[in-house]
Design a protein around this ligand. Structure first.
Ligand SMILES: Cc1cc2nc3c(=O)[nH]c(=O)nc-3n(C[C@H](O)[C@H](O)[C@H](O)COP(=O)(O)OP(=O)(O)OC[C@H]3O[C@@H](n4cnc5c(N)ncnc54)[C@H](O)[C@@H]3O)c2cc1C
Length: 392
């Protein structure tokens, strides 16, 4: 538990950090809260570069619970912020397609999702072809469709709402700075140091540094298996418009969804080619589009054969190389050190709920909204992987 009157320094002021600060304040933290961000324009933050999807279709009940809690937050954002808040939620759903080899896993995941009251349906190829006329079902054995509660939203609008509310709170200081050191004494956090030499004393530190969280943990001599993994997103136009298209995931892992007057698409690199990225490398991997994405897209959605690629960007997943799941809770080894990170491609939809849960743990010593015990960073040293199968 954190000292209710103590100073909390949160490293990283994007969605995970801002949500944690906002919930700490809402739940009655009485001391100062420093929300420290080195790039307040968020040009390189995963939050800004995300595809911003939210889904219930995970393989673990704990991940479904986190996303559902965020969903509730999105639906009630205006009431929660006390001001009209348009976060542009588009409830088009997710459609996950499986080949024969993946059918059993899809069905097993479906059973977990139904047990969590997720609004999902399993469709056979005939039903898929009937419902989605643009889809070629060649090689598809089954599809899992989110009927409601899934889609995408404007993550930056949500971040702006959190940060604007925090600006008005006298307990909160939005600090511009690059944290370069974490001070400890007798195994306890005592402060942070910025690259310009300024120091802030504090009683607790929260790591919400996205892809840099592993590097930040090392500043206190701790290990968090979080590293940047580059992911490219491509925006294209096509002559045919399918505005009701769900975010569709091909058995190959390729995803595509409508965005503005076109579509966005992407695919994870081959596992052999996927490793820790250079933290300064934000160049899209153009060859990925040419070599893998376009052929797969044209085969699955024939209307996309004549697409026109318009632009692309790359961002970094805050990738947990241990088990591809969030790390939420105390970081072992140093008292007063907490993490809310490692979301591995599902952080936009989980950070708002994870920040709430961590704030509860820090203030009350227990989770009250979403039980995040399974996400404890202690599982890493214990070698207890808690692996999510549906990482897109
Ligand atoms: C291409 C792409 C697509 C994605 N699609 C989805 C999706 O569809 N759905 C989904 O749920 N998630 C998705 N994600 C993942 C999601 O974007 C992230 O998990 C989420 O945004 C993490 O938020 P965060 O606040 O933890 O990290 P970030 O948004 O990365 O913010 C971390 C902040 O910490 C700051 N920081 C780091 N180190 C320091 C330091 N030393 N001192 C001060 N500040 C520091 C950084 O400047 C940054 O602003 C996607 C990610 C990418 C890259």
């Amino acid at each position: 538990m954190a000292d209710r009157k103590g100073t909390v320094a949160i490293i990283g002021g994007a969605l995970a950090g801002a949500a944690t600060a906002w919930h700490l304040a809402r739940l009655g933290h009485e001391g100062p809260i420093l929300l420290v961000e080195r790039d307040p324009g968020f040009a390189r933050a995963a939050t800004a570069l995300s595809a911003s999807g939210i889904r219930q279709q995970f393989s673990l009940a704990e991940n479904i619970a986190l996303s559902m809690r965020t969903l509730d937050f999105l639906r009630t954002a205006s009431a929660r912020f006390g001001a009209p808040t348009d976060i542009g939620f588009r409830e088009n759903g997710y459609l996950l397609l499986a080949s024969e080899a993946g059918r059993e896993t899809l069905a097993a995941n479906h059973a977990v999702q139904k047990a969590c009251n997720a609004d999902v349906a399993l469709l056979d190829p005939a039903a898929l072809a009937e419902r989605f006329r643009w889809l070629d079902t060649e090689g598809v054995a089954a599809g899992s469709l989110g009927l409601s509660n899934e889609g995408w939203f404007d993550a930056m609008a949500l971040l702006a709402a959190f940060r604007s509310a925090l600006k008005d709170d006298p307990r909160v200081t939005l600090v511009r700075g690059d944290v370069s050191g974490i001070a400890t004494r007798s195994g306890k956090v005592t402060g942070i140091e910025l690259a310009d030499g300024i120091r802030h004393a504090c009683d607790s530190v929260v790591i919400a540094a996205g892809p840099s969280s592993g590097a930040v943990a090392r500043m206190a001599g701790c290990h968090l298996p979080v590293e940047p993994r580059k992911r490219s997103v491509f925006f294209f136009h096509a002559p045919d418009r399918f505005p009701d298209m769900p975010l569709t995931v091909d058995p190959s892992g390729l995803y595509v969804r409508p965005e503005g007057d076109g579509y966005i698409t992407g695919i994870s690199p081959d596992p052999q080619a996927d490793g820790a990225a250079d933290p300064d490398d934000f160049d899209p991997d153009w060859s990925l589009f040419e070599d893998r994405i376009w052929p797969l897209l044209a085969a699955r959605i024939p209307a996309f054969e004549t697409l026109k690629l318009q632009s692309a960007w790359a961002g970094h997943y805050d990738y947990n190389s241990f088990d591809c799941n969030a790390l939420i809770g105390p970081v072992p080894g140093v008292d007063g050190f907490f993490a809310v990170t490692g979301f591995s491609g599902h952080g936009v939809q989980q950070a708002p709920a994870a920040g709430e849960a961590l704030a509860e743990l820090m203030l009350f010593g227990e989770y009250r909204s979403t039980d995040c015990t399974a996400f404890s960073p202690a599982r890493v040293a214990a070698g207890r992987a808690f692996a999510e199968r549906n990482v897109i």
